[in-house]
Each structure stands twice: as structure tokens, then as C-alpha cells.
Design a protein around this ligand. Structure first.
Ligand SMILES: O=C(O)CCC(=O)C(=O)O
Ligand SMILES: [Fe+2]
Length: 330
């Protein structure tokens, strides 16, 4: 009896363990299916995207249509940028938050005193296109990569709007995505042997814009996402993009889709490079909860209206050590 009881307990706990693993699998969305869906097929896909945004705030995107050759060229161009001499990169160093090209290097410290180490270059690529002048072909590659990833972000934002019950064109029109503000960031994280006692590449944060599209080089994983109170390492499917929600989407959705909290851990032996592009409305636009969601979801606005640039300034100069979304929440 005892034996059979214990074996059935083992059986149940094995299933529970499998269940836990399944539950922790980041959702996968196939963009080609969404783009080619018939009107009958679309609602199911919209629902899957909505569920991924609500439960996870992120998903892997496969069959996205960006050729692997372009992704590789973009990675190589950022790698070459980081390999330029300090002298050559100096003109972009440490300027103001709204400068079109901003480069920073080395170790930073959070408000809580946590140290983290990464080099990055952040470039505004739309509606006005900017690019460092080196390496030589950077601008052409950047322009094409930005265009293709912008199309992806905009298609997904339309679908996300639909998943919130908004009209098909709400996101595009209310947020003026055709003139939207797109940022491209190249990140380089150094290896960190245990003896250095430096574990973090980027401290826990959420991204400001609506939606982020992440690509990483090779299989050096380091990105982690907060899910149900735990940090989950992201194992990127080769060739996929990793998509996640940002603060402005949390505002537009009136709190229904939370902005994803994420961080990056350093690898003991290898340098990791990632390229992140994020899409927002034009920087002078006012961002507010969609009126329909205020009526349907809560009868109240969870957030006040705020100009995108003002939000960016708040994030940059926030002295409270608390997320700006939490400070704004009504
Ligand atoms: O390196 C990554 O995978 C993510 C970087 C990131 O979170 C950011 O640039 O905001
Ligand atoms: Fe981020």
C-alpha cells in the first residue's frame, strides 16, 4: 500500500514538474501565419498574442521574414563599431538622453548600489535616420534592418491592439506609427570570470517605448525575464526575435499588458552582443490609455496622459528608485 502510494505520489510530482516546465516556456508566435491568415484564422492568432502579452509580456517570434544574412550583417556592423578605437567612438560618448546617437562604456551603478557592465550605442533611426559614420557600411545596413524590424513591430502592435478589443487601425492612428519614434541599441557585454564578482550586464528594468524587438548573436544567453515573481533565463530559438512589451504599451492598454521587467547576466567566458530595436509614437505625442479600455476594463484610467518626451525625461532623472509607471499610476 505504502509502495503504491509513494509511486503514485512520485507519478503525480513528476507530472507537476513537467507541468511547471511547460508553464515556464515562453510563448512562440509565427509571424508568417499572422501575416497570411484568412479572416477566419486571424482571431485565434490575435488571441494567442494577447495571451502572451498578458501572461508573459514577451514571446519568441519565428518566421519573421528578416533574412538571416541581414541579421548577420547588422550584428557584424555593431561588432565593428565596438571594435573601433576609443578615439573614433569618442564623439558619441555620454551625451544627453535625447541626442540621436549616444554611446556609453563600462561599469555603471544603480540607485541601490548594484554594479553592472555593458557598452552600448543607442541610435534614433526613425522618422529621421541617424547613423555613426563608421564602420563603412553601417548606415546602409542599419537603414534596412530598421525598416524591416519597424514593419514587424507595427504589424505586431496592430495585432496587439486587436487583442485588446481596439479597432484594427487604433494603434496605427492614435499612436501615429507611420511617424513613430524608433530606436536601435547595440549592446556589448564583457565576459566576467567569477573572481570579478560582477554578475550583471544590465540591471532590472523595463523598456520605455511600446514594443521591443531583440536579436542576440550566437548562443550566449544572458537575458532574463521576470515571470510570476521569478527570473527566467531566455533561451532564444536560433534565428528568432525576442519580442517584449514596454511602458507605453502598459499605459495605452490601461494596465492590462504589463511592461516586461528584464535584466542581463554576464557570461563567465564570452562576450555577448545584442541588438534591440524599440518602437514608440512620435516623441511629441501624448500617450494615454485607449478610451475604449477605460470604459470597458475599469471605468477608470489607471494612468494619466503624458507626453512621450516628458516620460523619457522622468525615466532618466527619476530619483525615487521606483519605476516611473508605479509613480504615475492613479
Ligand atoms: O541584451 C539584451 O538582450 C537586452 C538589452 C536590453 O534590455 C536593452 O537594451 O534595453
Ligand atoms: Fe531592455
Amino acid at each position: 500500500m505504502a509502495a503504491s502510494l509513494s509511486s503514485s505520489v512520485t507519478h503525480i510530482s513528476a507530472y507537476a514538474a513537467i507541468d511547471a516546465i511547460i508553464k515556464e516556456e515562453i510563448p512562440v508566435i509565427d509571424l508568417s501565419i499572422l501575416r497570411n491568415a484568412t479572416p477566419n484564422q486571424r482571431p485565434q492568432l490575435i488571441q494567442e498574442i494577447g495571451q502572451a502579452c498578458k501572461e508573459w509580456g514577451c514571446f519568441s517570434l519565428i518566421n519573421h521574414g528578416v533574412p538571416e544574412s541581414l541579421r548577420t550583417l547588422m550584428m557584424e556592423a555593431f561588432t565593428e563599431f565596438f571594435d573601433l578605437s576609443e578615439e573614433e567612438r569618442r564623439e558619441y560618448l555620454g551625451k544627453r538622453i535625447l541626442d540621436p546617437i549616444r554611446h556609453e562604456m563600462g561599469i555603471s551603478t544603480t540607485a541601490e548600489g548594484e554594479k553592472y557592465s555593458r557598452d552600448f550605442v543607442r541610435i534614433f533611426v526613425h522618422p529621421a535616420m541617424h547613423s555613426p559614420s563608421k564602420p563603412q557600411h553601417f548606415r546602409a545596413i542599419l537603414e534596412e534592418y530598421a525598416r524591416q524590424t519597424r514593419e514587424i513591430a507595427n504589424d505586431l502592435l496592430t495585432a496587439i491592439g486587436e487583442s485588446l478589443g481596439l479597432d484594427e487601425s487604433y494603434m496605427e492612428k492614435a499612436l501615429d506609427l507611420a511617424n513613430g519614434h524608433q530606436i536601435l541599441v547595440g549592446n556589448r557585454y564583457p565576459p566576467s570570470p567569477q573572481a570579478h564578482q560582477l554578475a550583471l550586464g544590465l540591471s532590472a528594468h523595463s523598456d520605455t517605448p511600446l514594443l521591443s524587438v531583440v536579436m542576440q548573436k550566437g548562443s550566449i544567453h544572458g537575458l532574463q525575464v521576470m515571470h510570476n515573481g521569478r527570473w527566467i533565463p531566455v533561451q532564444l530559438i536560433p534565428g528568432s526575435f525576442f519580442i517584449h512589451t514596454g511602458d507605453l504599451l502598459e499605459i495605452v492598454s490601461n494596465g492590462k499588458y504589463k511592461s516586461l521587467l528584464h535584466r542581463v547576466m554576464l557570461d563567465e567566458r564570452s562576450t555577448r552582443i545584442s541588438v534591440v530595436t524599440a518602437m514608440g509614437p512620435p516623441v511629441e505625442n501624448i500617450v494615454a490609455p485607449a478610451p475604449k479600455l477605460v470604459e470597458i476594463v475599469s471605468k477608470n484610467s489607471v494612468f494619466p496622459s503624458i507626453k512621450y518626451v516628458d516620460y523619457v525625461e522622468l525615466v532618466k532623472y527619476n530619483p525615487f528608485g521606483k519605476s516611473v509607471l508605479d509613480l504615475l499610476r492613479i
